[in-house]
Design a protein around this ligand. Structure first.
Ligand code: ADP
Ligand code: MG
Length: 249
């Protein structure tokens, strides 16, 4: 059974199911993210967190259910998914920068090709976002000349330079050396403070506790519990959540 979407939500997911062959990875997910809200998704490896994110921008096609992003039902077969995707910034565990382009060029290429911005405007916007993530002076650097944390901040700045209405993060700090995690989380924290709508898959419980408005715990393709960080991380009601937290905290 599918309930009605929440009006005005940035992301609304109803009755979402996803199978790969015989394997059911999402078993009926209902949740929504309000505009300006920061929601962290936590849960064990293989529980379906990445698949959920990928269903939100249709990198995966849901097997059943409805996904609505900023008022557009992306699961409607008539929808122009490229137009919807343009409004969603996505940051992955691996940075996916173009290795043969400088940091500045990594930020301007999609602005110019997709948004049709002229070079001067695209570069101005790119510089402002590189400054925002603390990378002024690195415009001419190639990805290989940057640390992992700097590369991930370039990836965040690149997503921001497309003026997204919301941002999806899939374990953005998991591939980083521990000493580089803090700079990336600081950028994300500032973004949250600026009012960006964010759906963040993370194992960083301190980030979830400090920054998330809501935490969703997933296990085995279902949402087991959700609530404020104090509720879900601080006082979990379900045994499965407690077991997971005992492993990561
Ligand atoms: P998480 O991000 O929580 O670790 P995933 O969403 O990546 O979990 O994966 C959930 C399950 O779906 C895993 O069992 C994974 O092996 C499976 N899976 C993910 N993507 C595919 C795919 N393209 N084809 C087949 N199985 C997949
Ligand atoms: Mg994952």
């Amino acid at each position: 059974m599918t309930t009605e979407p929440v009006a005005g939500a940035a992301i609304d997911v109803r009755g979402l199911r996803k199978s790969f062959g015989a394997l059911e990875v999402l078993r009926g997910i209902d949740f929504s993210v309000a505009r300006g809200e920061v929601v962290c998704v936590i849960g064990p490896s293989g529980s379906g967190k990445s698949t959920l994110l990928r269903c939100v921008n249709l990198l995966e096609e849901p097997s059943a259910g409805r996904v609505t992003v900023a008022g557009t039902e992306v699961t409607d077969p008539e929808v122009d998914i490229d137009r919807v995707r343009r409004r969603i910034g996505m940051v992955f565990q691996s940075f996916h920068l173009f290795p043969h382009l400088t940091a500045l060029e990594n930020l301007t290429i999609a602005q110019r090709r997709v948004l049709r911005r002229g070079r001067a405007e695209a570069e101005r916007i790119a510089r402002s976002h590189l400054a925002r993530v603390g990378l002024s002076g690195k415009e001419a650097a190639y990805p290989a000349q940057l640390s992992g944390g700097q590369q991930q901040r370039v990836a965040i700045a690149r997503a921001l330079s497309m003026d997204p209405e919301l941002m999806l993060f899939d374990e953005p700090t998991s591939a980083l050396d521990p000493e580089l995690v803090g700079d990336v989380l600081a950028v994300m924290r500032a973004l949250a403070r600026d009012g960006m709508t964010m759906l963040v898959v993370t194992h960083e419980m301190s980030f979830a506790r400090e920054v998330a408005d809501r935490v969703v715990f997933m296990d085995d393709g279902s949402i087991v519990e959700e609530g404020t960080p104090e509720q879900v991380v601080g006082a979990p009601r379900h045994e499965r959540t407690r077991t997971f937290l005992a492993r990561v905290l």
